[in-house]
Design a protein around this ligand. Sequence first.
Ligand SMILES: [Zn+2]
Length: 375
Amino acid sequence: MRLKSSVARILPLLAIAPIACDAQIREPRLPPPSIVEYQPRSTLVVPEHRVPRAKFPAVDFHGHPPNLSSPETVAEVVAAMDRLNLQVMVQARPSSGQRLISQIEGVRAAGHEDRFVFFASLDLRNVGPGSGARIAAQLEEDVRAGAVGIGEIGKGFGLSTRKADGSRLEMDDPELDVVWETAGRLGIPVFVHTGDPPEFFEPLDYENERWLEMAIFPNRRFNDRSRFPAFDDLMAERERMIAKHPNTTWVLAHMGWHTQDLGRLGEIFDRYPNVLGEVGAVLYDLGRQPRFGRDFFEKYQDRILFGKDSFRPDEYPYYWRVFETADEYFDYYRDYHAFWKLYGMDLSDEVLRKLYYGNALRIVPRMPTAGFPGG
Ligand SMILES: [Zn+2]
């Protein structure tokens, strides 16, 4: 594996066609297109089922709508939610103090307090002795003001956030124990994004599945070991944090970045019954393993939450189509995530209901129940 990737790094330098493992592969007689130019049109004709609205009312656990303090913005977001059958959006661009209160008031003023819930932010900058107690006290205040969860805690936590002494803030730093314990006592979930896809931590060579994305976004390259921890080290750190707090509900954003290896995520679910996963921005992986993925969603149906991440209303129907249909070989919405097509997982109604709303209603306190079956 190691040898293979170092060869792949050298090949382009020698201007030899990469992946020449089969002697029958011939050199193109025309100048080959670049990675961005080659856009083959599929000629496959198969049944298509577009799904503009979710089959059941959904909670977007990973909502990143704009700031909701103005009733006009709230009305615009609600109009988009209505078209998609999104019943409740978690404002997972977290806030605290007055910024939190002004959004809760904005939603109420617009008459849509049953369509949004708010998660609190944590100020994790410059952690030092006494920071944990201060952060926990602010959290208690924000929960009194109406917050019903923590997060999304961004990937900076673990990757780059520094302590007051200049060292990297490790996720399992004991100073933060009181914060996670407070979340457990208050019964609110902690929604945490750790790291990024494992390929972002690997050499940027021609075997890297995310070559294009890493080439477009230099700030998504975490493969410099002098600056960033290795993917597995970061995951181990996250696991030590979780292991210390069995009474706290943890939600791993982006399924913990383990969708390319669901078995690994299953082991985490098996070890920690207080851990759930959220599916935002990893549809490209779920849609390329529709059968294994469906088995996984069936087995762990109480542990997976729907979430979208970036708020682009036209992208949600791709999720509905992957989850609800058995369609084959259809396009994904973002080419730099995936060079491949998607397939429908054809999830059962029972699994869909839990994925879309059942699990969110169970783990988030004070969730509005209006608009959901039986609500
Ligand atoms: Zn997010």
